[in-house]
Ligand binder design. Structure first.
Ligand code: DAH
Length: 351
């Protein structure tokens, strides 16, 4: 049985004589790891040698085993050294390579970006209303409840003030749920007359195909003497003509908002089923009515004037507020509001 000890010794000697040059011959990290696996891996040559240990006489096993372990250590050390040498060589090659010339001109034409569709629609709305004489008024997105609710005539327990509907921040502040807060801010700081629009971001606890928890609105309001529904209707018709296209019909349906009296919802003729002769056939989008709702409006409620220190016996006004995403979806036939927020370049590139 001494034969098997001899045979193991011979195998070890062959490995010891060759493994270094095998490592040296590996030019890449992967080749080196492959070579290492052939030597030390579960099916490697050293494992093969170990399998013969069973037939080594007991009194020689310890010595032979030590020989195997010693070789294993040598191989491991050599592997690590070669691994580091390869990494160093790769880094040296990178450092010796000609440097990037940062002054080279760019490859043109480079694909240019463009405004997001929400920004485009907002700008289109703002342009129309500014051309009608309204000035832009800014305001904060974090608001006190008085400007978002109470001074607009919401009773203290109105469902819109609920945790279910509104994002409440610290110290009783909230994320404004509409841009109507700007009515309060403007009327508290400017003496009438005034004509403002307020584009901005608003927040509600709402999330489905037609609602996003963060969205954009534009509020529009005018305060002057003897303002009537006729003035409001004139501005709305002109807006519909310029924004949705010539001949777009407008209708008002009575509705309720705490900050206007009378209040109404405004529909425009459905752009999706419009026929060449201007009539509407009715479609699934407008639920076969030929009309689509775009905004809420009305004459400013005396309570709102009073909460801003304006005499409602002397001053009158109208207000309306619309969702930017909503009118954009209607104008451009976008079926799902989430498309506007996912920012898939294939969608955005179409605008
Ligand atoms: N603030 C309302 C909303 O967010 C929209 C609105 C309705 C604004 C009627 C108005 C108005 O100015 O008169 O749903």
């Amino acid at each position: 049985m001494a034969d098997s000890a001899d045979s193991i010794e011979r195998s070890l000697a062959t490995l010891r004589a060759t493994f270094r040059s095998r490592f040296e011959g590996a030019a890449t990290e992967q080749a080196l790891r492959d070579e290492n696996a052939k030597l030390l891996g579960p099916k490697g040559e050293l494992k093969g040698i170990l399998k013969q240990m069973g037939s080594v006489p007991a009194d020689q096993r310890k010595a032979v085993g030590e020989g195997v372990n010693a070789l294993k250590q040598e191989v491991e050390t050599a592997f690590e050294a070669r691994l580091q040498a390869l990494a160093r060589a790769a880094r040296d090659a990178e450092l010796d390579a000609p440097p990037f010339d940062l002054t080279l001109p760019a490859r043109l034409p480079a694909p240019l970006g463009h405004a997001h569709p929400i920004s485009k629609v907002r700008d289109e709305i703002v342009d129309v209303l500014v051309s009608l004489g309204f000035a832009v008024h800014d305001g904060p997105e974090v608001e006190v409840p008085a400007n978002n609710f109470e001074k607009l005539g919401f009773p203290p327990d109105h469902p819109a003030t609920d945790m279910q509907d509104t994002f409440w921040a610290n110290q009783g502040h909230l994320l404004r749920t509409h841009t109507s807060n700007i009515q309060i801010r403007a009327m508290t700081t400017h003496p009438p007359p005034m004509a403002f629009i307020a584009p901005g971001v608003v927040y509600r606890r709402d999330d489905d195909a037609t609602h996003s928890p963060m969205f954009h609105q534009i509020e529009c309001f005018l305060v002057d003497r003897n303002v009537t529904m006729a003035n409001l209707r004139g501005v709305l018709s002109e807006f519909a003509e310029r924004f949705f296209g010539a001949g777009t019909p407008v209708r008002l349906r009575p509705s309720y908002f705490p900050f206007v009296e009378p209040g109404a919802e405004v529909d425009v003729g459905c752009p999706f089923c419009k026929q060449p002769d201007g009539t509407r056939a009715g479609c699934s989008v407008c639920k076969r009515t030929g009309w689509i709702e775009i905004l809420g409006c009305g004459l400013i409620h005396p309570v709102v004037f009073e909460s801003c220190g304006i005499d409602p016996e002397q001053w009158t006004g109208f207000a309306f507020g619309m969702g930017v995403e909503r009118v954009g979806m209607i104008k451009y036939g976008i079926p799902d509001v989430r498309l506007l927020f996912e920012n898939d370049p294939r969608f955005l590139a179409q605008f």
